[in-house]
Design a protein around this ligand. Structure first.
Ligand SMILES: Cc1cc2nc3c(=O)[nH]c(=O)nc-3n(C[C@H](O)[C@H](O)[C@H](O)COP(=O)(O)OP(=O)(O)OC[C@H]3O[C@@H](n4cnc5c(N)ncnc54)[C@H](O)[C@@H]3O)c2cc1C
Length: 494
């Protein structure tokens, strides 16, 4: 028989936004449940986005890019509620990163100009950045520019440098940390559970899922690219549609660690970015080229054209890169709404204050803590009792990273568990102990192991360690077959 569950608040979507709201709610004596349709959390937009928590010059740059030719008053955009939330999220991030043990690194941003036109664009950005908090922006001339970044093109004639406005993270690690902490605080998060319908009852909503129905007083729609569908199920759309733009990313081998020290780019145009950024783990990441409008939100394949274009653009900026250095490429789908293009939609359904839509245009990782607080406030205004949970534990500890341990620490951990003495992923130096711990914490797929431990994310892209990861997953889960990410390829251990 179908089991009917009841909850105070049901969150639909296990990305950074939904789970940040779950964690915020777990600070109160509230019964909160989240449903995520995929086999793991962070499988939507949050998988391919969110490597930077940013304000300052990068936020000014972001305003220019995401104007997308709309001709917005960008100075005015620095005074919106959205910008306040971005600033609040940015300011809170260091504390959150320490509470949740998230690897993060403060990095500078250097934008370079190679001709008069680019200098003019830099001047405009410099002016706009004055209205955005968080940055420490100054002009740098060629000599200093090449001292800061010796490997950028010698065509550079001037730069704009912000030393304080960006924190580099690995987005899925942030989502996983929030998830683990919310679960530790007794939030109920159901995977492979898809919301397929919503029915209104007296003072309640019944959310129908493939795993049975859930009766909820409040529903919060955080379904990312599918928020339109979920809003329609709840009869809760106020005249907006989602619009999508593809963006090409390339990831370079850690062999290039040190090639650049800061995020490096050229001044952007509306709908176009070209920049490199160093990740905490030593890889260099690139977003390059145009925001390609896409009617099809499922079109996530890298095309040869996008790949070549991205590479050529980046080579003109840092000539020492070569195609051999690229270890993987992927597409991110940037999602906006067409009603208030420059804004997030965080609103009650026109039908009821018990249903809230939360559609976050990018950046979404940066403001997530502030958005979570706002939504919890809205739930309180709608009648949810918010009594403090005195047992709330803000802390979560990450999996020990063998590669970062000192010799003494390595000996100690191996003495406790010999599996930490067996390296499975050679490229990233990840041990069996870390993989087993990732599985214990909830990884059930190859990608789940990768995002929790980094096994398989290095140069060989699982060619060497893939079969071993599958074997360990299969053994630990007691399954005859495992999948790459819940759907798609199935693997059978040798
Ligand atoms: C290329 C790119 C780069 C970006 N860079 C940055 C950056 O540097 N900094 C930054 O702050 N932001 C960045 N962003 C933006 C940021 O990634 C997004 O704003 C954020 O990830 C959105 O999170 P979300 O939780 O709203 O959506 P998602 O992560 O998509 O989560 C929604 C979840 O809902 C689930 N779902 C959908 N339908 C259902 C259903 N019916 N039932 C159950 N579950 C369902 C999905 O499977 C998904 O997991 C970037 C985005 C892109 C695309």
């Amino acid at each position: 028989m179908e089991k009917k569950k009841e909850t105070d608040v049901l969150i639909i979507g296990g990305g950074i936004i939904g789970l940040s709201i779950v964690r915020e709610l777990s600070k109160y004596q509230v019964d909160v449940t989240a449903v995520e349709r995929e086999a793991d959390i962070s499988m939507g937009i949050s998988k391919t986005g969110g490597s930077l928590i940013y304000m300052g010059l990068f936020q000014a740059l972001s305003l220019v890019v995401k104007d997308l030719g709309m001709g917005l008053d960008l100075e005015k955009e620095t005074r919106t509620e959205r910008m306040q939330m971005l600033w609040s999220g940015f300011s809170a991030f260091d504390k959150i990163a320490h509470e949740l043990d998230i690897a993060h690194k403060h990095v500078g941003l250097l934008l370079i100009a190679r001709n008069e036109l680019e200098i003019e664009k830099l001047r405009r950005l410099e002016h706009l950045a004055k209205f955005v908090p968080g940055g420490t922006v100054r002009r740098v001339h060629k000599k200093e520019l090449l001292e800061i970044e010796p490997n950028v093109t010698s065509d550079a004639i001037e730069g704009l440098y912000d030393s304080t406005g960006v924190i580099s993270i690995f987005g899925p690690e942030y989502v996983i940390a929030v998830y683990e902490n919310a679960r530790e605080n007794l939030a109920n998060i159901m995977l492979e559970t898809e919301c397929i319908g919503i029915e209104e009852e007296k003072g309640f909503q019944t959310v129908l899922t493939n795993k049975g129905s859930i009766k909820a007083r409040f529903v919060v729609n955080c379904a990312g690219k599918y928020a339109d569908k979920v809003a329609d199920m709840g009869n809760a759309r106020s005249g907006w549609n989602l619009v999508f733009y593809r963006s090409q990313a390339l990831v370079f081998d850690k062999k290039l660690d040190g090639l650049i020290n800061n995020i490096v780019g050229i001044p952007p145009d509306a709908g176009k970015i070209d920049f490199f950024y160093p990740l905490g783990e030593g890889n260099i990441h690139v977003y390059a080229g145009y925001y390609d409008p896409s009617e099809d939100k499922e079109f996530m394949e890298t095309t040869q054209e996008n790949y070549d274009d991205a590479f050529v653009r980046m080579k003109s900026l840092v000539p020492r890169i070569s195609e051999d250095n690229i270890i993987t490429a992927y597409v991110g789908m940037r999602t906006f709404n067409d009603k208030e293009f420059e804004e997030n939609i965080i609103e009650y359904s026109p039908r009821s204050c018990n249903f809230i839509n939360v559609l976050v245009r990018m950046p979404g990782f940066t403001p997530a803590p502030a958005i979570a607080q706002k939504v919890v406030g809205m739930l309180g205004d709608s009648g949810l009792e918010l009594k403090e949970n005195e047992n709330f534990n803000p802390k979560r500890k990450g999996i020990p990273r063998f590669r970062f341990l000192l010799d003494e620490e390595r000996k100690e951990i191996i003495a406790k568990d010999s599996r930490y003495g067996r390296v499975i992923c050679r490229c990233e130096t990840v041990t069996e102990g870390e993989i087993v711990e990732a599985i214990r914490r909830g990884a059930t797929t190859v990608q789940g192991v990768m995002f929790r431990s980094r096994a398989g994310m290095g140069r060989c892209q699982r060619n060497w360690c893939g079969p071993k990861i599958i074997e360990i997953l299969s053994r630990e889960l007691g399954r005859k077959q495992v999948t790459y990410k819940g759907s798609g390829f199935e693997y059978f251990p040798r």
